[in-house]
Write a protein that binds this ligand. Structure first.
Ligand SMILES: *[C@@H]1O[C@H](CO)[C@@H](O)[C@H](O)[C@H]1NC(C)=O
Ligand SMILES: *[C@@H]1O[C@H](CO)[C@@H](O)[C@H](O)[C@H]1NC(C)=O
Ligand SMILES: *[C@@H]1O[C@H](CO)[C@@H](O)[C@H](O)[C@H]1NC(C)=O
Ligand SMILES: *[C@@H]1O[C@H](CO)[C@@H](O)[C@H](O)[C@H]1NC(C)=O
Length: 502
């Protein structure tokens, strides 16, 4: 079942309602915010990627969000006029008003706050000021208009804000060009951060470009050092768009490209709706995952195209109720659950559905990867109607995931159960067997259902047969290539109740 979609309001209304003018009052204020913000961001706990995060002692939201004690229902949105901005006098009660029938939406065009949009001027202060103003009203829209290129530095757009907030990019938005231009006081691990928001939308007909190339070419990155080696050195690179501790957020319509690291990352979120995104980076750009989820629940990802140099979509620990439909991946490293259980941690992932996907020219297709020594479980995972084109490891469960050569086998493992693969067809790259179930020695994978799985070599001949180790399941139809290593029934040793704490 898809999560409820709502009709998108076109870019037209944004243009129709450019009603804001600059004022010297705002100018004075945002310079003030800008200075204070810089200091806070340098110390922000968000710079360290740890979850669960303790509530920040010095919350950046204190700097430019309305008083959090205002409940959205009872607070009277501060009038834009109070900030010296001329704007329509009323605030719509419908968070998504039809722009053709009312003149009541509040657009905060960043150019009205002093943004230049010439691609080189630092427009950060203008974006912060527009955010602050939009945050303070119901259904405010921060608009980065079309035809202009905005450059902003690493910024935390923080809530709480009034509901219905929209961040609309119709033009081009980009960060400073590479590590040499990155301000020394800014986090090098993140660029655009949306933090502590509820009922917020990021959308637009424009492009968010990460200027990733100088980061991909750092000598610490794979094969980028002398003679194609990797050499030690500072290697942190910013994820482009991060949603953190937020609820009911939507992202739609945008082109998001050339990220230094992950393109989009959601952690600690609940209620995420993504549709019609085009995400792209070159095949050989390192660690440029398309959409990464972690500790995030109730997610819908629909009708999007992702081409990159790492996982197309990656689902980390603490995720459940994820519905993916109509996604095309490739080139990429496929759709991946994991890695889970690193450093003996507990990982719980459940109820993930992937339907109607195309995966092409990819290093993996559908993958579950766990480290030795974890606990927890991966359960209720369904892959249906997936078309593969020249994919290595079309279907792979790897419970021996290891980045060095020195991972010991351990007795505990993340329990993998209730997996289904239905109508998975297409072609595989013969470098690897198309089906590979390498389950833990001590904790078998159970209840794997395969139905209409038919995979043919893209070119050449199958070298190795499908592989299974300690994998239990059933085939409802004959699998191609034939897989006779799947074990019947359930292992005797497995305690029925064991979901390892999930
Ligand atoms: C915001 O809330 C409105 C009203 O409940 C809802 O229709 C809309 O889908 C929500 N938007 C997001 C991004 O969750
Ligand atoms: C599984 O997730 C979907 C959303 O993808 C949700 O609608 C459904 O209720 C969940 N099922 C269970 C059993 O929680
Ligand atoms: C771990 O166990 C697997 C499966 O029994 C085996 O193939 C592999 O060689 C073992 N690895 C080590 C490092 O002992
Ligand atoms: C096996 O997994 C399927 C989902 O793939 C689930 O519907 C079914 O209940 C599971 N069977 C058992 C015996 O747990």
């Amino acid at each position: 079942m898809k999560m409820n979609k709502r009709p998108l309001v076109g870019a037209v209304w944004a243009i129709t309602f450019l009603v804001i003018s600059t004022s010297s009052v705002v100018e004075g204020r945002y310079h003030h915010y800008h200075k204070r913000q810089k200091k806070v961001i340098g110390n922000s706990p968000l710079a360290v990627e740890v979850f669960p995060a303790a509530p920040p002692a010095l919350s950046p939201s204190l700097e430019y969000s309305p008083d959090p004690s205002h409940s959205p229902q009872t607070s009277i949105p501060s009038s834009p006029a109070a900030a010296g901005i001329s704007a329509p006098p009323t605030v719509p009660s419908d968070p998504y008003p039809d722009p053709r029938s009312s003149g009541t939406s509040c657009i905060f065009d960043v150019t009205s706050f002093g943004a230049v949009g010439d691609g080189t001027t630092d427009d950060t202060a203008a974006f912060r000021a527009a955010w602050k103003a939009a945050c303070a009203v119901k259904s405010g829209t921060v608009l980065a208009p079309s035809g202009l290129s905005f450059m902003i530095t690493s910024t935390i757009f923080s809530g709480p804000c009034n509901p219905g907030l929209v961040f609309q990019v119709d033009g081009l938005l980009m960060p400073p060009n590479g590590p040499d231009c990155w301000p020394k006081t800014d986090s090098v691990r993140q660029w655009l951060v949306f933090y502590r928001l509820d009922n917020m939308t990021l959308r637009g007909s424009g492009t968010i470009d990460g200027n990733g190339e100088p980061w991909w070419d750092l000598p610490c990155k794979p094969h980028r050092g002398p003679n194609g080696k990797s050499i030690p050195g500072p290697c942190d690179s910013p994820s482009m768009i991060r949603f953190f501790l937020s609820t009911n957020v939507a992202v739609s319509g945008l082109r998001i490209q050339n990220s230094p690291m992950f393109h989009m990352k959601f952690d600690g979120c609940e209620g995420v709706f993504i549709e019609r995104l085009s995400i792209s980076s070159p095949k050989l750009s390192p660690n440029t995952d398309g959409i990464h989820l972690e500790n995030t629940k109730s997610v819908g990802i629909y009708d999007s195209m992702i081409a990159n140099g790492d996982d197309c979509i990656s689902i980390g620990p603490g995720c459940s109720d994820v519905d993916i439909d109509g996604v095309t991946c490739g080139p990429s490293h496929g759709i991946s659950i994991g890695s889970l259980g690193v450093h003996n941690s507990q990982a719980c992932v459940s109820n993930i559905t992937v339907r109607n996907a195309v995966i092409r020219e990819s290093d993996n297709g559908l993958r579950i990867k766990t480290w030795q020594g974890g606990t927890g479980s991966v359960s209720g995972i369904s892959f249906q109607n997936i078309q593969m084109e020249n994919v290595r490891n079309c279907i792979i469960v790897d419970q021996y995931y290891c980045l060095s050569r020195a991972c010991r086998n351990e007795t505990s493992a993340v329990y993998v159960t209730d997996l289904e693969f239905r109508n998975i067809k297409g072609t595989y790259n013969v470098m690897n067997p198309p089906i590979h179930f390498a389950c833990s020695d001590t904790i078998a994978c159970t209840n794997i259902t395969m139905s209409e799985v038919e995979l043919l070599p893209h070119e050449g001949q199958l070298v190795d047969d499908p592989f299974c180790w300690n994998a239990y399941g059933t085939q409802e139809t004959l699998t191609i290539p034939p897989i006779d290593c799947l074990l019947d029934g359930m292992p005797q040793s497995l305690a029925e109740s064991s979901r390892y704490g999930c």
